[in-house]
Design a protein around this ligand. Structure first.
Ligand code: DGT
Ligand code: CA
Ligand code: CA
Ligand code: ZN
Length: 592
C-alpha cells in the first residue's frame, strides 16, 4: 500500500479508535490499581492495542463487527457501544471514582507499574508525576517495601521518557518552576535583571522549555548559581552566554545572560514567537537596522544601538510596544502600525469570578472559605455555581440547593473587600448539565430563582457534529443559561474538544446574549485562544472563570487572563470586569 495513503487514512480513523483504545487502557490500569484480577486487566490491555491498531473506524461498527476485532470479546464490545451511545461507560466511571486522577496519571510512566503507583499514593500521598519526581529527589521512595535506590532511578528514567515523548508541560507547572528560578537568580550579586521569556511569557497553553534571561556584566556567578539549583538533575551544556539544564520536573530550562545594554533586544528576541520575530526582523531591515539575539545594530556603521527596554526596540522599528500575548503574527504588527492594538484585559480588571464550586458538590472547601478567599482577592462579586442534579454522582437535590441559597443570602455583603464598599456581593448560581438534546437539569420556574446559570457539556461527547451543535445552540436559547462553561470540554493532553460547528454556536451566543467561558484551569484553558479570536468576530461576550474547586484554584485566573489576551480581549468583552449593575442587566438576558 502507498505509504502516504496509509498515513492519511489513519489520520481519518485515528480519532475514535484512539479514544476507545485510551479508554480500554485506562480501564485496564484502573483494574490493576484497584487490586483487581491481573488477567482481566491484561484482557483489556490487549483489546486496547487491537482497537488502536484496527484498520477501520470502530465508531461505525455494531456488536458483531466489534467482536470481529482480535481480542475484543462481547463484554468489551458492549462497553464500546455504550461509550459511543452515551459518552461514558458506567463500569469505568465506577472505578474512576475510586482513584484520584493523579494516581492514574502516574501509570503513564512507562517504568512504574500500577501496583507501585498505588503504593506511593497510599504510603506517601503522591498523586502527580511532579510530586513523584520530587519525592525521588528527596530519596523518600527507597524506604518503601519493594522499593530501593535502583527503583528510584528506574522510575526517574521513566518520568524523563514520559516528558521527552509528550514533550510539552502544562502552563502552571512551567510557571511555578520559572518563578522559582527567576527568584533565585535575581538574588545573585551582579544580576541586574532577570525574567522568563519564550512561550511562557506569551502564556501559550503548553510549554516546551523555559527560557530565562538575565542581564549582567559578570555572567559566570549567575551560570554557576543556575547549575546548582536544587531541582537541576543534569547540566546539558554550559558556556559564557548560555546554559541549559534538565530539572526534576522533566522540563528543560535555558538561561542566557546578556549585557545590560542589550536587555530590551534580547528580551524581545527570546520572547518570540519565531513567527513574530520574522516580522520584526523585516521591519528592522526596512529601517536599515539589524535585530538579533545580540542586540539591535545599525547596518551601515555596525554600531550597537542601546536597547535597554523592549519599548525602545519596538520604537526603533516604528511600532508601539506589543504585549507578549499578542506576539504570534496574528495581525499584531499591522494593528500596531495602524495604532490599533487592543487595550487588553488584565487580571486587575476582574471584579469577580462567575464559576466556582464548594464542598456541597465536588469542591474541597466550604462556601465560607471560598467567599473569604474571593474577598481577599479584592473582588466586588462572586458566584457560587455548584453542580446540578443530572450529574448523578454529585447527589444534588432541590432542598440542598435552596438551603445553600439561604446561606448565600445570609453571607451576602458579609466579607469586607477592597472591590466594593458594602462587602463582597455573593451571587447564587449553578453549573447546569447540557443534556444530549440541549435540555438542562431543572424546569424554568426553579431556574428563575438563580442569579445566574453556567451550563456545560459533561457527557455524550461523541454525538455527531450536528447533534452537538444543535445541543449547544439550544442551551444558548434557554433564557436562564448565561454562560456556556468550558465550551469545547477539552482536557489538555487527555481529551480533544467536542466536534461541533463552533461558528454556529458563537453566532447563537451573540444572538441570545449568552457569554462564552474562558475556563482558566490550566488543564482546560477552554475556550482556547484561536477560538476566542473567532468568537469575538461574532460579537460574543466572555466570562473568564476559575471553575475553582478549592481556594488555591482561585489564583489560576492569571492563566485565563493570559488566554483571553491571546484572544485579543479587552475589558469590555469580559462580563466579569463590568460593574455589578451592568453585569446584572446582562444576566437578565431574555427572561420575562
Ligand atoms: P516552546 O519552548 O516550544 O514552548 O516555544 P518557545 O517560543 O519558547 O520557543 P524556543 O524555546 O524554541 O525559543 C524561544 C524564543 O527564542 C522563540 O520564541 C523565539 C526565539 N528563537 C529561537 N530560535 C529562533 C530562530 O531560529 N529564529 C528566530 N527568529 N527566533 C528564534
Ligand atoms: Ca521555550
Ligand atoms: Ca528554549
Ligand atoms: Zn464547574
Amino acid at each position: 500500500m502507498c505509504r502516504c495513503g496509509a498515513v492519511k487514512y489513519s489520520e481519518v480513523v485515528a480519532r475514535s479508535n484512539d479514544e476507545v483504545a485510551a479508554l480500554l487502557q485506562e480501564y485496564a490500569d484502573l483494574i490493576s490499581i484497584t487490586g483487581g484480577d491481573a488477567f482481566r486487566a491484561r484482557v483489556y490491555e490487549k483489546a486496547a492495542r487491537a482497537v488502536g491498531g484496527h484498520h477501520a473506524d470502530v465508531a461505525g461498527l455494531d456488536l458483531k463487527g466489534l467482536q470481529e476485532i482480535p481480542n475484543v470479546g462481547k463484554s468489551i464490545a458492549q462497553k464500546v457501544l455504550e461509550y459511543f451511545g452515551t459518552g461514558s461507560v458506567p463500569a469505568v466511571e465506577e472505578l474512576r471514582a475510586k482513584i484520584p486522577a493523579g494516581v492514574r496519571r502516574l501509570t503513564a510512566i512507562p517504568t512504574l507499574g500500577p501496583k507501585k503507583a498505588l503504593t506511593v499514593y497510599e504510603e506517601l500521598g503522591i498523586s502527580s508525576v511532579e510530586e513523584l519526581a520530587e519525592a525521588i529527589h528527596q530519596e523518600r521512595l527507597r524506604d518503601l517495601k519493594g522499593f530501593g535506590p535502583r527503583t528510584e532511578e528506574n522510575i526517574l528514567h521513566g518520568i524523563e521518557l514520559l516528558r521527552s515523548s509528550g514533550g510539552r508541560v502544562q502552563l502552571d507547572v512551567a510557571m511555578d518552576l520559572a518563578e522559582d528560578v527567576v527568584g533565585a537568580l535575581s538574588e545573585v550579586p551582579g544580576c541586574e535583571r532577570c525574567a522568563y521569556a519564550g512561550s511562557l511569557r506569551r502564556v501559550r497553553e503548553t510549554i516546551g522549555d523555559i527560557d530565562i534571561l538575565a542581564a549582567s556584566t559578570k555572567p559566570a556567578p549567575i551560570m554557576r548559581a543556575f547549575t546548582r539549583l536544587p531541582y537541576v538533575t543534569e547540566v546539558i551544556g554550559t558556556g559564557e552566554k548560555k546554559t541549559s539544564v534538565r530539572t526534576t520536573k522533566g522540563l528543560n530550562v535555558d538561561l542566557r545572560v546578556v549585557p545590560p545594554d542589550s536587555w530590551g533586544a534580547a528580551l524581545q528576541y527570546f520572547t518570540g514567537s519565531k513567527a513574530h520575530n520574522i516580522r520584526t526582523r523585516e521591519r528592522a531591515v526596512h529601517h536599515k537596522l539589524k535585530l538579533s539575539e545580540y542586540g539591535l545594530f545599525d547596518v551601515e556603521t555596525g554600531e550597537k544601538i542601546v536597547s535597554e527596554t523592549e519599548e525602545e526596540v519596538y520604537a526603533r522599528l516604528g511600532l508601539p510596544w506589543i504585549p507578549p500575548t499578542l506576539r504570534e503574527d496574528r495581525g499584531e504588527i499591522e494593528a500596531g502600525l495602524r495604532g490599533e492594538l487592543p487595550a487588553l484585559v488584565v487580571e486587575s480588571d476582574l471584579r469577580g469570578d462567575l464559576h466556582t464550586h464548594t464542598d456541597l458538590t465536588d469542591g474541597l472547601a466550604p462556601l465560607e472559605e471560598m467567599a473569604e478567599a474571593a474577598a481577599a482577592r479584592g473582588y466586588a462579586y462572586y458566584a457560587i455555581t455548584d453542580h446540578a442534579p443530572d450529574m448523578a454522582m454529585q447527589r444534588m437535590t432541590d432542598e440542598r440547593m435552596l438551603a445553600q441559597r439561604a446561606r448565600v443570602r445570609e453571607l451576602d455583603g458579609a466579607y469586607p473587600t477592597r472591590g466594593r464598599r458594602g462587602g463582597l456581593r455573593l451571587l447564587h448560581g449553578t453549573e447546569l448539565n447540557i443534556g444530549p438534546d440541549g435540555e438542562v437539569d431543572w424546569p424554568d420556574d426553579f431556574l428563575a430563582g438563580f442569579d445566574l446559570c453556567v451550563a456545560s457539556v459533561h457527557s455524550h461527547f461523541n454525538q455527531s457534529r450536528d447533534a452537538l451543535t444543535r445541543r449547544l445552540v439550544r442551551a444558548c436559547e434557554n433564557p436562564y443559561v448565561n454562560i456556556i462553561g468550558h465550551p469545547t470540554t477539552r482536557v489538555l493532553g487527555r481529551r480533544p474538544g467536542i466536534d461541533a460547528d463552533l461558528d454556529a454556536v458563537f453566532a447563537a451566543c451573540a444572538r441570545t446574549g449568552t457569554a462564552l467561558e474562558v475556563n482558566a484551569h490550566p488543564d482546560r484553558l477552554d475556550l482556547r485562544d484561536e477560538d476566542i479570536l473567532r468568537a469575538r468576530r461574532h460579537g460574543v461576550r466572555f466570562a473568564v472563570n476559575s471553575d475553582a474547586h478549592a481556594v488555591p484554584h482561585l489564583a489560576t485566573m492569571r492563566y485565563g487572563i493570559g488566554t483571553a489576551q491571546r484572544g485579543w480581549l479587552t475589558p469590555d468583552d469580559v462580563i466579569n470586569t463590568w460593574p455589578e449593575r451592568r453585569l446584572r442587566t446582562f444576566l437578565r438576558k431574555g427572561r420575562s
